[in-house]
Every structure is written in structure tokens, then in C-alpha cells.
Design a protein around this ligand. Structure first.
Ligand SMILES: [Mg+2]
Length: 285
């Protein structure tokens, strides 16, 4: 395909990308940060030889339950649940109710947990930036298309991760100098991503297409239910933190398209008007 010639003049897209599970595989770091936070919150449980001996097992289980996490602080509650014997399957199936019930049982407050998780990361970064970066990984084949899209499209990151961690990872791991004012974080507010999408759309009324790329199906489903966001094209990546069952559900959803890395690259490269035919995708409308 010879697309570069036609890219610049027409077909500008508004592209909103989720970060964790789309650009960055961060589950190793978030699980280790959760262990550190749990050790501060519950030293009698997590600052013990028993917990230390089970660290690898717990971190491995944290990877398996990552699909149900919406915001980082939830990892802290997850690691204690797993330590106390909750199974991966049970957590995957019931996290939506398990989270508020354990928060109440253990007397936890969302704002304080967000602050604790941020503090642990800040301390780790200040003490050992390389050590903090090391368990993070940028997905292969993702950084270059993102970088390329920034010159011809309006590209934003819309994430539940705190913005400055996202910025550090883009700069130091992806080697993409992503502007801080194009990273929108809902960590503190906890407000839905749909509100950011609506604000971005209002800010860019002249784009030819609006693209939202996520790895979390429930987030896409919420956007799909909002009539005010019906002109956004919704994409679920086939990597990141979703399960085969969720990918099958997404594939059957009339407003959601499942994409692989190759299609992701095409989506970010091809101008809006040519996207559907040249990608060979049945893009959901
Ligand atoms: Mg994600």
C-alpha cells in the first residue's frame, strides 16, 4: 500500500488510546507495587517471611486477574484477597462485587488507596527509576505506529493510570516524547472515560473519524451504550488484559471491532476515508 502521499492533507482522525494493556504491559510493576503497598498497609501480614515466600506465586496470580482491574489501587485489595485464598477464577467472576465488599470489610477508602499506591510508586521511582521501569514493557510493534500517528492525527492517551507515570513510560520505555497535555488520567476523579471522549470530540469538531482503542471490554461497552458517543469507532485489542471470552463477546458486539497488532498499525496509519476498505476490516458503525 502506498499511503504516505495521501496522509497529510485529508483524513485526520481523533485517536484516543488506552495505555495499560494497549501500549504498555505494566502488570509486573503494578503487582510488585501492590505488594509494597500491602506491606505498608498490613505489615502484620505482608512484612512476614510467609508473605515474602509467596511473593512469586502472588505476582503470577495477579497477572491472571489483571483483566478485571480498572484502576491501579485495586491491585492492593486483590493481592490480599489472593493471599487469603480467593481463587483466580472467583476473582475474575465476581470482582465487581468483591472489591466494594472487601473495601468495606477492611475499612478502606478509595482516595486514600489511590494516594498510597501513588506514594509507593513515587518512592520507588525516586529511589530506583531503572528498577521501577524494568518490570514494565512496551508491547512490540506498538510504539512506532503511535509515534507515526502523532504527526498526521490528533492522538491522545486516556488512562486510569496517573498521568506522570504514563509520561515517564512513554519517554523512557517507548522512546516517544508524548506531550503531557495529551494524556488524560481518571485516577483521582474515577470518572468514566466517556466524559473525556466527549470533551475531546468537542475540541476537535473537524476530524474525519473518532477512534477509541482499549483492552478492557467493559469500558468499550459503556461507551457503546452512550448515544452521545455513537460516532466513535470502538476497537478492542487482541493483546493486553482481556480474556478469550471477552474477545468473543467483543467480536459479536455490533459496535466493537477486535484488532490485532497489524490492524492497529493500519488503523493509526491509514487516513480516515480510506480506513475501512484498505484495512480490510468490517469496522463497526
Ligand atoms: Mg487497559
Amino acid at each position: 500500500m502506498s499511503l504516505s502521499v495521501r496522509c497529510a492533507a485529508t483524513g485526520t482522525k481523533l485517536i484516543a488510546l488506552d495505555f495499560d494493556g494497549v501500549v504498555c504491559d505494566s502488570v509486573g510493576e503494578s503487582s510488585l507495587s501492590a505488594f509494597k503497598a500491602a506491606a505498608l498497609l498490613w505489615p502484620e501480614i505482608f512484612q512476614t517471611p510467609e508473605a515474602e515466600a509467596r511473593k512469586n506465586e502472588l505476582v503470577e496470580k495477579m497477572r491472571a486477574v489483571r483483566p478485571v482491574v480498572e484502576t491501579g489501587y485495586e491491585n492492593i485489595i486483590q493481592i490480599r484477597c489472593l493471599y487469603e485464598g480467593v481463587s483466580v477464577d472467583e476473582m475474575l467472576a465476581t470482582w465487581e462485587t468483591m472489591l466494594p465488599s472487601r473495601m468495606a470489610e477492611w475499612g478502606l477508602n478509595r482516595g486514600e488507596m489511590v494516594e498510597l499506591f501513588g506514594q509507593v510508586r513515587d518512592d520507588w521511582i525516586a529511589a530506583d527509576l531503572d528498577g521501577w521501569l524494568a518490570p514494565n514493557r512496551i508491547y512490540e510493534g506498538v510504539a512506532d505506529p503511535v509515534c507515526g500517528a502523532m504527526s498526521s492525527h490528533q492522538v491522545y492517551i486516556v488512562t486510569t493510570k496517573q498521568a506522570h507515570y504514563t509520561e515517564i513510560l512513554m519517554r523512557d520505555m517507548a522512546s516517544v516524547p508524548f506531550p503531557a497535555d495529551r494524556i488524560f488520567s481518571q485516577t483521582v476523579s474515577g470518572r468514566p472515560k466517556g466524559e473525556v471522549l466527549a470533551a475531546l470530540a468537542a475540541q476537535h469538531p473537524d476530524v474525519n473519524a473518532k477512534i477509541f482503542v482499549e483492552d478492557k471490554l467493559s469500558t468499550l461497552e459503556k461507551v457503546a451504550r452512550d448515544p452521545a458517543l455513537s460516532d466513535w469507532q470502538l476497537f478492542l485489542v487482541d493483546w493486553g488484559y482481556n480474556t478469550p471470552g471477552e474477545r468473543a463477546r467483543a467480536a459479536a458486539h455490533p459496535a466493537i471491532t477486535v484488532i490485532d497488532k497489524h490492524q492497529f498499525k493500519e488503523l493509526l496509519t491509514v487516513p480516515a476515508a480510506a480506513a475501512e476498505t484498505e484495512m480490510g476490516l468490517q469496522v463497526a458503525q
